[in-house]
Each structure stands twice: as C-alpha cells, then as structure tokens.
Design a protein around this ligand. Structure first.
Ligand code: S3P
Length: 169
C-alpha cells in the first residue's frame, strides 16, 4: 500500500482523523509535527518563537525527504503547511480534509481544551489573519490533493471510514 497523507488547515481534525483510521484498520500512523518536535526536542510553538517560520519550513522539507526515502504502508498526518513540500505526491496518496473556515473555528472553540489548542498554534493567534491564510491556501490544498473529503458536520468515525473506502479503490 502507498502511504496516505492527510493534509488540511489547522484545526480541521487531521490528528483525530488519523487516530480514528488507526482504530478502524491495521494501518500505523505518524505525524510530521511530532517528528519535528522530536528532532528538535522542543515544541512547535518554541521553534517558531526562537527560530522563526522559515527555519520550521526547512525542517518540514527535511522530513519530507526522509519520508519519501524511508516510509511506506503508513498513514502520515501533517502540519497545516506541510502540503507545500515539493515531493508531497511522491510520498503517497494525498487526502485533503476540507471544511469551511467557520466550521474549523467552531470545531476549535467547542473543544473542551480550546485555549490550549489555540495557544500551541503560532499561526492561529489572530482569527482574521488565520482566515486570510485559509483563503490563500484553500486552492493550493485542492491542487495537490488526490482525494478531497468534506469533514464538516460529520463524525470522525464517518470521515475515517470514508477515507479508508476511498483509498482502497
Ligand atoms: C502550521 C500548522 C501546524 C504546525 C505549525 C504550522 C501551518 O499544524 O505545523 O504551527 O502552517 O498551518 P496543525 O495543522 O496540526 O495545527
């Protein structure tokens, strides 16, 4: 099996969807932000704070090269900006989790740990800026995606099942 790569905007549910896919299947999962945090032995927030965004994007590139060379049969969830790496489609089948910006925002603020969810995301500190970034990225996400899954108003169980069905085709 080719790798499955989950892409999509911050807060759309890439992490929870990955965990649910693992539950429903035999697939093993990894996450690009987790890999970066262990490479650096510090949180994404700290990396942005001390080194800046460009440094972080460079780490994403390094991870993308490593994934292409070394990883197969794996579900890969990604940070919201990982889709920009130039070899994305060589790593595996790209699945976009799609929702409106309002849907994403509602999903975050309705979470019991909403504040924590927002605090750890340096690019989601101001809602207007985040919305601009969303608008800018949406067409780019769609361009690189092999499969687009609408996640708004759907349970994570349903989304995971839909993805599993589609990637098997
Ligand atoms: C980012 C998304 C974050 C994380 C970093 C940058 C982005 O991941 O990689 O803060 O550029 O959209 P999540 O999508 O898991 O929040």
């Amino acid at each position: 099996m080719k790798n499955i790569i989950l892409i999509g905007f911050m807060g759309v549910g890439k992490g929870s969807t990955a965990r649910e896919i693992v539950k429903q299947s035999e697939i093993v999962a990894i996450d690009t932000d987790d890999i970066i945090e262990s490479m650096e032995n510090r949180r994404i927030k700290k990396i942005f704070e001390y080194e800046g965004e460009e440094y972080f994007r460079d780490l994403e590139k390094q991870v993308s090269i490593w994934l292409e060379k070394n990883v197969s049969n794996t579900l890969i969830s990604t940070g919201g900006g990982f889709y920009k790496v130039s070899n994305l489609n060589k790593i595996g089948k790209v699945v976009l989790l799609h929702s409106s910006f309002d849907g994403i925002y509602k999903r975050i603020v309705n979470h019991p740990q909403a504040e924590k969810k927002l605090r750890k995301r340096p690019l989601f500190q101001e809602i207007n800026k985040a919305k601009e970034l969303y608008k800018l990225r949406l067409p780019e996400y769609k361009k690189v995606a092999d499969i687009i899954i609408d996640v708004e108003n759907k349970s994570v169980e349903k989304v995971a099942a839909e993805i599993l069905k589609k990637v098997k085709k």
